[in-house]
Write a protein that binds this ligand. Structure first.
Ligand code: F6P
Length: 477
C-alpha cells in the first residue's frame, strides 16, 4: 500500500481534479517542475506550505544569510552564498567580501590562463574527493564546450592502475595539478598528490595549486604561497564548487561560463532569501521531499537525467542530500525517532531503463523518481534529443498510470510517485540557479526536520579504522 495516509492514487487525483496538471507545477528561471504525479491533494499541498511557518523557515533563512552559526556542532556559519555574491553584499561580520572577491579573482585568473593556453599546460590533474570532486566534475561535464586548451583528469578514489596509465599517456612537462581539499589532509587526495608531485618532477611547484581552507598544510606540502587558492572554512565541502575548488571546472568551461554559473546561483540565493513571500523552487522541492519521506514513508529517491549533460547530477546530489540530511540527532543533540535522508541514487535516463526500471515498474516496492531533462540542446542530432525527451515523458506516464490491459505478468501497478524537472536549454546560468536551489532545498528540509545540514561526523569513524588497519597491514600484524 503506497499511502501511509489516505491520499487517493495518482490516476484518481487526475480524474477528480481537472486543474491538477496545470496547478501542480512551478516554473522558475528556465526550469519547470511538474509534481502533479506525486500523490498529494490540494489540501495536503496547502498544509505542507504551513509547515514552513510552523518550522520558522523565514527566520532560519535569515540566520543563514546573516552568517549565524547554523552549523551548530562546529560552531560555524554556512556561507557558500558569499562565494557567488556581488561586491557590496554582506553576510555578517564573519564574511569579508573584499577577501572573498580577491580569492575569487585569483582562481579565475588562473582558470583564464589554463583555458586560453597561456599557462602552457595541456593537461590538469584535479585531485580531490567528495565535495572537492563531485560538484566541480558535474559543472565541467555539463558545461564543457571543448574550447579549452586544457584537458582535466579527475582523480578521486585511489586507483593505481588509472594513475599509472595517466602517467604513461601524459607529459609531465605540460601537465599541472590542482590539489582540491578543504582540510588538505584527506588520505586519498594527499596520497595521490604525493605521487603526482613525484611524477611532475623538477619544478613541480610551478605547475601545482592547492584549493584549500588550510593554507598552512598546503605550504608545508611545498605549494608556494602564491599558488595556494584559499577559501574560507565556513564553506562546507559539498557546498564548495563555487570556490577555488571549482578552478579546474572553470579552466575547462572558461571563466565567462563560470561567472554566469555564479550569477545564476546568486539569483537563486536572492529568491530563496525572500521565499516567505512566494515559495521558491527550493522550498517546493523541500516540501515534496518531506512529503515523500515522512508522509509516504518512502526511503529512496531516484534522480534520473534524460539530459546527458546532467549525467553526474545524481552523484552530486547523493552527497549534497545524504551528507547533509543523513543525521540521527536534532539541533539539540536529541536522538531522532523519525526518518531523515532518503537514499539518493540515479544516473542517465535511458541507460537506467535497461537496468533498474524493471524493478521500479513491477517490483513490490515503491521508489519515487525525479526525472530531469531539457527541451533542446545544440548539436547535430536534434532528433536524438527529442527521443530523450520522449522517453522522459513516457516514463513519467508509465510510472504514474501503470498498465492493466495486458497479461498479468505484463501489467504494472503504476501509482509510483514521479516528478519531472525540465529546462528549456541547459546553460551556465540556469545550471548555477538549479544547483544553488538544490542547496537551499536541502537547507530548508533540515529546518523542517530540525537537524544540522552542515556537519558530517558520521564519516570520521571509517577513516579512523582504515588508518588503524592500514598501519597494521603495513607492519605485517
Ligand atoms: O566525506 C567527508 C568529507 O569531509 C566531505 O564532506 C568532503 O567533501 C570530502 O570528505 C573531502 O574533504 P576535503 O575537501 O577536506 O579533502
Amino acid at each position: 500500500m503506497l499511502q501511509k495516509n489516505d491520499t487517493p492514487g495518482i490516476a484518481e487525483l487526475f480524474e477528480s481534479d481537472p486543474g491538477r496538471e496545470q496547478d501542480f507545477r512551478l516554473r522558475q528561471s528556465d526550469w519547470e517542475l511538474d509534481y502533479s504525479r506525486i500523490p498529494l491533494e490540494r489540501a495536503g499541498l496547502t498544509s505542507l506550505h504551513t509547515l514552513t511557518e510552523s518550522a520558522g523557515l523565514g527566520a532560519a533563512v535569515a540566520r543563514l544569510f546573516a552568517g549565524e552559526s547554523v552549523n551548530t556542532s562546529e560552531r560555524q556559519p554556512a556561507l557558500h552564498m558569499a562565494l557567488r555574491a556581488e561586491e557590496g553584499s554582506s553576510f555578517g561580520p564573519g564574511a569579508d567580501m573584499a577577501t572573498l572577491l580577491r580569492q575569487r579573482q585569483r582562481f579565475m585568473d588562473l582558470a583564464a590562463r589554463l583555458h586560453d593556453g597561456s599557462s602552457g599546460l595541456t593537461d590538469l590533474l584535479h585531485i580531490g574527493i567528495g565535495g572537492s570532486d563531485l560538484g566541480p566534475r558535474l559543472v565541467a561535464d555539463a558545461l564543457n564546450a571543448d574550447d579549452s586548451a586544457v584537458r582535466v583528469h579527475w582523480l578521486s578514489t585511489l586507483d593505481g592502475r588509472r594513475f599509472e596509465r595517466l602517467c604513461r599517456e601524459l607529459d609531465p612537462a605540460t601537465t599541472g595539478m590542482v590539489m582540491a581539499s578543504k582540510s588538505f589532509s584527506t588520505e586519498e587526495t594527499m596520497t595521490q598528490a604525493r605521487a603526482a608531485r613525484q611524477w611532475l618532477g623538477e619544478g613541480w611547484a610551478k605547475r601545482a595549486w592547492a584549493a584549500t581552507a588550510n593554507a598552512g598544510r598546503a605550504e608545508e606540502f611545498g605549494v608556494p604561497a602564491d599558488h595556494v587558492l584559499e577559501f574560507p572554512s565556513f564553506v562546507g565541502g559539498r557546498y564548495s564548487l563555487w570556490s577555488s575548488v571549482g578552478v579546474s571546472a572553470a579552466a575547462r568551461i572558461g571563466p565567462e561560463r563560470f561567472r554566469r554559473l555564479l550569477a545564476g546561483a546568486e539569483r537563486a540565493d536572492r529568491e530563496f532569501a525572500r521565499s516567505e513571500q512566494d515559495p521558491s523552487m527550493a522550498v517546493v522541492l523541500a516540501l515534496l521531499m518531506h512529503y515523500l519521506r515522512r508522509d509516504l514513508d518512502l526511503n529512496t529517491l531516484g534522480v534520473v537525467s534524460y539530459e546527458p549533460r546532467l549525467a553526474l547530477l545524481a552523484g552530486h546530489l547523493q552527497q549534497l542530500v545524504m551528507e547533509s540530511l543523513g543525521k540521527g540527532v536534532d539541533l539539540d543533540d536529541r536522538p531522532l525517532d523519525v526518518p531523515t535522508a532518503p537514499l539518493i541514487y540515479g544516473g542517465r535516463g535511458t541507460d537506467l531503463q535497461h537496468s533498474i526500471f524493471q524493478a521500479l515498474h513491477q517490483g513490490r516496492d515503491t521508489h519515487p523518481l525525479l526525472l530531469v531533462g531539457s527541451l533542446r540542446d545544440r548539436h547535430a542530432y536534434p532528433e536524438w534529443h527529442q527521443a530523450q525527451y520522449a522517453h522522459l515523458l513516457a516514463q513519467a506516464r508509465a510510472f504514474a498510470n501503470g498498465r492493466s490491459d495486458g497479461e498479468i505478468y505484463q501489467n504494472m501497478p503504476g501509482n509510483r510517485p514521479v516528478a519531472t524537472l525540465i529546462v528549456d536549454e541547459l546553460d551556465s546560468d540556469n545550471l548555477g540557479w538549479l544547483l544553488a536551489s538544490l542547496e537551499h532545498a536541502v537547507y530548508a528540509l533540515s529546518v523542517l526536520w530540525g537537524i544540522n545540514a552542515f556537519d558530517q561526523w558520521g564519516v570520521e569513524e571509517g577513516k579512523r579504522l582504515a588508518a588503524e588497519i592500514r598501519s597494521r597491514l603495513q607492519s605485517g600484524t
